[in-house]
Design a protein around this ligand. Structure first.
Ligand SMILES: Nc1nc2c(ncn2[C@@H]2O[C@H](COP(=O)(O)OP(=O)(O)OP(=O)(O)O)[C@@H](O)[C@H]2O)c(=O)[nH]1
Ligand SMILES: [Mg+2]
Length: 447
């Protein structure tokens, strides 16, 4: 994608840069601005975004184990995801069938092509799809859509002799429903140029009133860049069931501008078109989109690592608590909760420098499956306060029996948890002998 594709180079360049961090950030932010502006993203938006990136990069502290440059990439990722629509997730599945989609948009924006692409998309999801040609304006519109329908294996309805799009649309929807279509896509004529949003929307309303579509899709050509804002805004305000497809991403450097402008209106971007072929349609996800812009594999593993490392502060505190305090079932319960949140203990511990040498001894705990964690938590929930604080009481068989009954588990489950406790206690006794670690954990507050 021209324009935004330089983002990947920006990241690569950042990782190679050397020198003073503040200078690096300044140069980086300037490059980022250039790239976004060249993609036709609104100037004010670009400056706000880069200001935020700079601030976060300079002020925020990355989690331990993440370099500041990596943090800069993560901060950029966050800002770009926000720019292109935030966490919005589109579920392209029709919520019920039959589901009627009506495509609108100005002349040549890519409606008919998109109709074919979407038809193919839903065909591949297993739906029966029907296409309706309600374009009586464009010469050859009927044949164009019919060919696409044949090509993707969709049903087709059209009235080549008719001049009444409203009537065709109504007939088409009824007929295709009768023929058992799950998804019906109505292609309309686009007569007006950009800048004449009102007229376009009015025209669209006439057909919409006749067929009551479940979704109206506005098709926008990416080449109009940030000019997409006004159109998308009016459309979004006019149509509660609206979504947007941005087409021709492949052919313009202004795609970033169009996409960010549309996202800024709060309209739902559902698909992007990335080529002339019926295959070239993508479900739009800001996260996926940005990840790809920045270089997918790298950014994903980085985000993954940052997420895990962010839990480490918490984990180190827990470790300190374990090392300094008494091991009870309460402590074990807390650990189990943490394990649920942060993932397997071993994986997390591996990331704490200095702890890796001890890993074999925590191996067992690390292998605990989710099921077992849940079981153990329910066992602990069945204990009395006395037992929680004095695990050794579980030497008494009658207690083990009572707890097992209370938790609805086998005696062996309770015994297993008890021996886990004993192992942990032994491990901790060994750890306490390692003064270096003790020192390290006692200073944790300042990490
Ligand atoms: N490169 C590229 N070309 C596209 C894309 N979508 C559509 N086109 C091309 O854009 C041109 C117009 O597409 P149509 O689907 O006919 O547009 P339309 O909105 O139906 O046009 P009217 O019916 O005249 O209003 C065609 O040449 C398509 O091949 C896309 O995502 N990428
Ligand atoms: Mg058309």
């Amino acid at each position: 994608m021209p324009g935004l594709e330089d983002l990947r180079g920006l990241v690569a360049k950042l990782l190679r840069r050397s020198g003073d961090y503040e200078t690096i950030v300044s140069e980086y932010v300037r490059d980022l601005q250039k790239i976004l502006l060249s993609a036709d993203v609104n100037v004010r938006v670009v400056f706000e975004l880069t200001k935020r990136v700079r601030e976060r990069a300079l002020k925020e502290k990355p989690p331990p184990g993440v370099s500041r440059r990596e943090w800069l990439i993560k901060v950029t990722y966050d800002a770009l995801v926000e720019l292109f629509g935030g966490n919005s997730k589109v579920d392209p599945k029709p919520p019920y069938t039959p589901y009627v989609i009506m495509l609108v948009g100005v002349q040549g924006s890519g409606k008919t092509t998109t109709a074919g692409k979407i038809a193919k998309f839903y065909r591949e999801m297993g739906y029966r799809v029907g296409l309706v040609c309600a374009d009586t304006y464009r010469p050859g519109a009927y044949d164009q859509l019919k060919q696409l329908a044949d090509r993707v294996g969709a049903m087709f309805y059209g009235e080549p002799e008719s001049k009444d799009p409203v009537k065709i649309a109504r007939n088409g929807v009824n007929e295709l429903k009768r023929r058992g279509a799950d998804v019906i896509i109505v292609d309309t004529a686009g007569r007006h140029g950009y800048g004449e949003e009102e007229a376009l929307l009015l025209e669209m309303k006439e057909i919409a009133d006749a067929i009551a579509p479940d979704e109206v899709m506005l098709v926008v050509d990416a080449a109009i860049g940030q000019k997409a804002y006004d159109l998308a805004k009016r459309f979004h305000e006019a149509t509660p069931v609206g979504s947007i497809v941005v087409t021709k991403f492949d052919g313009t450097a202004k795609g970033g501008g169009a996409l960010s402008a549309v996202a800024a209106t709060g309209a739902r971007i559902k698909f992007i078109g990335t080529g002339e072929d019926v295959e070239e349609l993508e479900v739009f996800s800001p996260r996926r989109f940005v990840a790809r812009l920045l270089g997918m594999g790298d950014i994903e593993s980085l985000l993954d690592r940052i997420q895990r490392l962010s839990g480490i502060d918490e984990l180190e505190k827990a470790a300190a608590e374990i090392l300094s305090g008494k091991m009870t079932f309460r402590t074990i319960y807390k650990q189990l909760e943490q394990m649920r949140k942060l993932g397997p203990l071993k994986k997390v511990l591996q990331m704490i420098p200095g702890l890796s040498t001890l890993l074999p001894s925590v191996d067992e705990a690390a292998r605990l499956g989710e099921e077992k964690v849940a079981k153990w938590m329910s066992i602990i929930n069945s204990m009395t306060y006395e037992e929680l604080d004095n695990p050794d009481l579980l030497e008494e068989r009658s207690r083990v029996r009572r707890i097992a009954r209370g938790a609805g588990v086998e005696l062996s489950d309770v015994r297993e948890l008890y021996s886990h406790y004993k192992n942990l206690k032994r491990m901790i006794r060994q750890l306490r002998k390692r003064k270096d670690l003790l020192d390290r954990f006692s200073k944790l507050g300042g990490m």
